[in-house]
Design a protein around this ligand. Structure first.
Ligand code: SF4
Length: 196
Protein backbone atom coordinates (compact mmCIF):
# COMPACT_ATOMS: atom_id res chain seq x y z
CA UNK A 1 0.00 0.00 0.00
CA UNK A 2 1.36 3.46 -0.86
CA UNK A 3 2.38 5.72 2.02
CA UNK A 4 -0.15 8.38 0.97
CA UNK A 5 -2.99 5.81 1.06
CA UNK A 6 -1.76 4.56 4.43
CA UNK A 7 -1.75 8.04 5.91
CA UNK A 8 -5.25 8.69 4.52
CA UNK A 9 -6.50 5.47 6.13
CA UNK A 10 -4.76 6.32 9.39
CA UNK A 11 -6.40 9.75 9.42
CA UNK A 12 -9.86 8.22 9.01
CA UNK A 13 -9.18 5.63 11.74
CA UNK A 14 -8.09 8.42 14.08
CA UNK A 15 -11.12 10.54 13.22
CA UNK A 16 -13.47 7.69 14.11
CA UNK A 17 -11.59 7.00 17.34
CA UNK A 18 -11.95 10.61 18.44
CA UNK A 19 -15.64 10.04 19.21
CA UNK A 20 -16.23 9.69 22.92
CA UNK A 21 -19.08 7.22 23.19
CA UNK A 22 -19.39 3.74 21.82
CA UNK A 23 -22.61 4.74 20.07
CA UNK A 24 -20.89 7.72 18.43
CA UNK A 25 -18.06 5.48 17.26
CA UNK A 26 -20.57 3.10 15.70
CA UNK A 27 -22.20 6.00 13.83
CA UNK A 28 -18.93 7.58 12.74
CA UNK A 29 -17.60 4.28 11.47
CA UNK A 30 -20.82 3.64 9.57
CA UNK A 31 -20.48 7.02 7.85
CA UNK A 32 -16.76 6.49 7.20
CA UNK A 33 -17.43 3.26 5.32
CA UNK A 34 -20.41 4.69 3.45
CA UNK A 35 -23.23 2.87 5.25
CA UNK A 36 -26.59 4.52 5.85
CA UNK A 37 -26.61 3.28 9.46
CA UNK A 38 -24.20 2.68 12.35
CA UNK A 39 -22.10 -0.46 12.24
CA UNK A 40 -23.05 -3.30 14.61
CA UNK A 41 -21.56 -3.30 18.12
CA UNK A 42 -19.43 -6.32 17.18
CA UNK A 43 -17.91 -4.54 14.17
CA UNK A 44 -17.26 -1.39 16.23
CA UNK A 45 -15.68 -3.46 18.99
CA UNK A 46 -13.42 -5.25 16.54
CA UNK A 47 -12.52 -1.91 14.95
CA UNK A 48 -11.45 -0.63 18.38
CA UNK A 49 -9.53 -3.73 19.34
CA UNK A 50 -8.01 -4.92 16.06
CA UNK A 51 -6.10 -2.27 14.18
CA UNK A 52 -5.39 -4.50 11.20
CA UNK A 53 -9.12 -5.02 10.80
CA UNK A 54 -9.71 -1.28 11.31
CA UNK A 55 -7.30 -0.22 8.61
CA UNK A 56 -8.41 -2.88 6.17
CA UNK A 57 -12.06 -2.01 6.64
CA UNK A 58 -11.34 1.66 5.97
CA UNK A 59 -9.16 0.68 3.03
CA UNK A 60 -12.02 -1.22 1.31
CA UNK A 61 -14.75 1.28 2.24
CA UNK A 62 -15.48 2.07 -1.41
CA UNK A 63 -15.49 -1.56 -2.54
CA UNK A 64 -18.88 -2.63 -1.23
CA UNK A 65 -18.39 -6.33 -1.88
CA UNK A 66 -15.17 -6.50 0.19
CA UNK A 67 -16.54 -4.11 2.79
CA UNK A 68 -19.67 -6.25 3.29
CA UNK A 69 -17.58 -9.39 3.54
CA UNK A 70 -15.67 -7.82 6.39
CA UNK A 71 -18.87 -6.64 8.06
CA UNK A 72 -20.23 -10.19 7.90
CA UNK A 73 -17.00 -11.93 8.87
CA UNK A 74 -17.92 -14.70 11.39
CA UNK A 75 -14.88 -13.69 13.48
CA UNK A 76 -16.74 -10.48 14.34
CA UNK A 77 -18.93 -12.46 16.74
CA UNK A 78 -15.86 -13.00 18.95
CA UNK A 79 -16.05 -9.28 19.66
CA UNK A 80 -19.57 -9.43 20.97
CA UNK A 81 -19.77 -7.10 23.97
CA UNK A 82 -22.66 -6.62 26.41
CA UNK A 83 -23.86 -3.32 24.98
CA UNK A 84 -27.43 -2.70 23.97
CA UNK A 85 -27.70 -0.71 20.75
CA UNK A 86 -29.21 2.65 21.65
CA UNK A 87 -29.61 1.60 25.28
CA UNK A 88 -28.05 3.31 28.29
CA UNK A 89 -24.87 1.25 28.04
CA UNK A 90 -24.41 2.37 24.47
CA UNK A 91 -23.89 5.97 25.57
CA UNK A 92 -21.51 5.29 28.41
CA UNK A 93 -18.36 7.34 28.31
CA UNK A 94 -15.72 5.67 26.24
CA UNK A 95 -12.95 8.09 27.14
CA UNK A 96 -10.85 5.20 28.34
CA UNK A 97 -11.77 3.09 25.31
CA UNK A 98 -11.02 5.91 22.90
CA UNK A 99 -7.83 6.81 24.73
CA UNK A 100 -6.53 3.27 24.76
CA UNK A 101 -7.69 2.59 21.24
CA UNK A 102 -6.16 5.79 19.90
CA UNK A 103 -2.90 5.08 21.66
CA UNK A 104 -3.03 1.54 20.41
CA UNK A 105 -4.02 2.67 16.92
CA UNK A 106 -1.14 5.10 16.72
CA UNK A 107 1.31 2.47 17.91
CA UNK A 108 -0.06 -0.16 15.54
CA UNK A 109 -0.15 2.24 12.60
CA UNK A 110 3.47 3.16 13.20
CA UNK A 111 4.30 -0.51 13.67
CA UNK A 112 2.55 -1.46 10.43
CA UNK A 113 4.62 1.07 8.48
CA UNK A 114 7.65 -0.85 9.69
CA UNK A 115 6.17 -4.14 8.48
CA UNK A 116 5.39 -5.27 12.07
CA UNK A 117 9.10 -5.70 12.63
CA UNK A 118 9.91 -6.76 16.17
CA UNK A 119 12.92 -5.83 18.25
CA UNK A 120 15.72 -8.39 18.36
CA UNK A 121 15.49 -11.22 20.88
CA UNK A 122 18.11 -9.74 23.22
CA UNK A 123 16.23 -6.43 23.43
CA UNK A 124 12.93 -8.23 23.86
CA UNK A 125 14.29 -10.31 26.74
CA UNK A 126 15.82 -7.26 28.46
CA UNK A 127 12.60 -5.27 28.14
CA UNK A 128 10.36 -8.09 29.31
CA UNK A 129 12.58 -8.91 32.27
CA UNK A 130 12.48 -5.25 33.30
CA UNK A 131 8.67 -5.19 33.05
CA UNK A 132 8.35 -8.43 34.99
CA UNK A 133 10.27 -6.86 37.87
CA UNK A 134 8.46 -3.52 37.70
CA UNK A 135 5.84 -2.30 40.18
CA UNK A 136 3.86 -0.75 37.30
CA UNK A 137 3.00 -4.14 35.77
CA UNK A 138 -0.51 -5.19 36.82
CA UNK A 139 -3.33 -7.36 35.60
CA UNK A 140 -5.46 -5.52 33.06
CA UNK A 141 -8.37 -3.64 34.70
CA UNK A 142 -11.83 -5.13 34.18
CA UNK A 143 -12.90 -2.56 31.61
CA UNK A 144 -14.38 -2.93 28.17
CA UNK A 145 -11.31 -1.38 26.61
CA UNK A 146 -8.99 -3.97 28.05
CA UNK A 147 -11.37 -6.83 27.43
CA UNK A 148 -11.38 -5.78 23.77
CA UNK A 149 -7.63 -5.42 23.63
CA UNK A 150 -7.15 -8.83 25.22
CA UNK A 151 -9.34 -10.50 22.63
CA UNK A 152 -6.76 -9.39 20.10
CA UNK A 153 -3.65 -9.90 22.16
CA UNK A 154 -4.57 -13.47 23.12
CA UNK A 155 -1.60 -13.57 25.40
CA UNK A 156 -0.42 -12.23 28.74
CA UNK A 157 -3.14 -9.98 30.18
CA UNK A 158 -0.76 -7.75 32.12
CA UNK A 159 -0.62 -4.04 31.46
CA UNK A 160 1.92 -1.31 32.14
CA UNK A 161 -0.09 1.01 34.40
CA UNK A 162 2.25 3.92 33.58
CA UNK A 163 1.15 4.01 29.95
CA UNK A 164 -1.84 1.64 29.69
CA UNK A 165 -0.29 -0.68 27.11
CA UNK A 166 -0.35 -4.47 27.02
CA UNK A 167 3.25 -5.21 27.91
CA UNK A 168 3.76 -8.21 25.62
CA UNK A 169 2.92 -6.09 22.56
CA UNK A 170 4.61 -2.96 23.81
CA UNK A 171 7.94 -4.63 24.51
CA UNK A 172 8.07 -6.09 20.97
CA UNK A 173 7.53 -2.77 19.19
CA UNK A 174 10.70 -0.94 18.11
CA UNK A 175 8.94 2.44 18.26
CA UNK A 176 7.77 2.02 21.87
CA UNK A 177 9.59 3.24 24.98
CA UNK A 178 9.24 2.60 28.69
CA UNK A 179 7.69 5.75 30.19
CA UNK A 180 9.46 5.52 33.58
CA UNK A 181 13.01 6.59 34.44
CA UNK A 182 15.32 3.98 35.90
CA UNK A 183 15.92 4.17 39.64
CA UNK A 184 18.85 6.52 40.24
CA UNK A 185 19.34 7.32 36.56
CA UNK A 186 17.22 10.09 35.08
CA UNK A 187 18.78 9.55 31.63
CA UNK A 188 17.64 5.95 31.16
CA UNK A 189 14.30 4.21 31.22
CA UNK A 190 13.53 1.09 33.23
CA UNK A 191 14.27 -0.82 30.02
CA UNK A 192 17.84 0.49 30.28
CA UNK A 193 17.35 2.54 27.13
CA UNK A 194 18.08 6.26 26.78
CA UNK A 195 15.21 8.65 27.52
CA UNK A 196 14.49 10.38 24.21
S1 SF4 B 1 7.15 -0.33 30.35
FE1 SF4 B 1 8.46 0.46 31.99
S2 SF4 B 1 7.07 1.31 33.51
FE2 SF4 B 1 5.87 -0.03 32.19
S3 SF4 B 1 5.88 -2.02 33.21
FE3 SF4 B 1 7.56 -2.03 31.76
S4 SF4 B 1 9.34 -1.36 32.94
FE4 SF4 B 1 7.52 -0.79 34.11
Amino acid sequence: MKNSSLSGISAIVKEVLEHKTFGAIRGALGRAIKLSEPVTPEVAARFLADQTFAKTLIGVRSQSEWRDRMLNDPVNTEFSVPLEAGGPADTRSTDSIAELALKSANAYIQWSTQGFKEVDSETLERRRNACLGCDQLKDAPETLAYRLALVVARDDPRVCMACGCLFMKKTAMPNEACPMPAAGDQNSTRWDEPIL
